[in-house]
Design a protein around this ligand. Sequence first.
Ligand SMILES: [Zn+2]
Length: 365
Amino acid sequence: MPEGHTVHRLAQAFRSGFAGQRVRTSSPQGRFTDAALLDGEVLRAVEAAGKHLLLEFAPDADVPITSPLVRWVHVHLGLYGSWTFEGDPGFALGHAIGAPRVRVGEREQAQTDADAAGSTGSERRDTADGAVTGRAAWRERAPRDTVRLRIRGEHGIADLTGPTACEVLDANGRRALLDRLGPDPLREDADPARFVERVRRSRTAIGTLLMNQQVIAGVGNIYRAEALFRARLDPWVPGTDLSRGMLEGIWEDLSVLMAYGARTGRIVTCQVEHRDVEARIVERSRGTRQNGDEDPNVVPREKSFYVYHRQTLPCRVCGTTVRSTDMAGRTVFWCPRCQTVRSRRAGWSRENPAADWALPSESSP
Ligand SMILES: [Zn+2]
């Protein structure tokens, strides 16, 4: 399932590829019957909230936002959903993700299973071949019959397959969705105090709370494990035992990490000085395919994380074997020696202050 930074990148791709255009919408699969309602309308704006994408449609560009004619397509990719973009060179994802690229929807967990089944590999190759032809003219291809929603704009198409949610919302529905979600560190309107207070009221373990989208929106399994490690925090500490300072520190750290992810398409949490320690590729980490893996300038994934998918390997900081177990239905990874912060009074204590954290080189702007 894509973590929140990917959905924000998708939003940016839709903005640059479609926003302000009158678009055609259809449901080749037939399951999204409301696609017909929106056909020929203007795709006016795009927003991401946690793992949710909202595409704003109206009959015309100047319809007031308060009008009942304004509607939103709400999409949640879930474990198996993905967007595929095709179009003119430079279309939609050109500058954001590199190449008119395909399959946004890194299946960070599901990828391993899909690889094992042998399906995703061939699909990726097909679409990658199509994407690198560099032709000046783009010709719309007939959609596959699994496409839930196709959006066609002036310069290309976006095909949605396999989402958990694809529905039309009115203003109240959009509001209700946003109110249901916890604050999203990547949104300008996010209120970190809502996160801090929500956690401190709960006796649930912090490792579980970080995965609860009503507590904090957009954090997935990688950010959970890595943020806990960077805070040196034991994943099983109940929310009620955590100080405000600790939680504010985690929020700020996640904001920086996720903003980097949204800019580059990659999750990198490992500080420069730790990257070469035990940078061993484990077979299982193949599941962590990220945007931009082909780029030689990015931090390779075996150097990107402290604990995620590093179970059985020595901790990069202390050498203790990294462990994994089930927590909130997903595997959590942690170092039992580094992550011993449990106290109510503990402040946030990343070993290296933020100023020392050198961001990895980014792909060309
Ligand atoms: Zn350690």
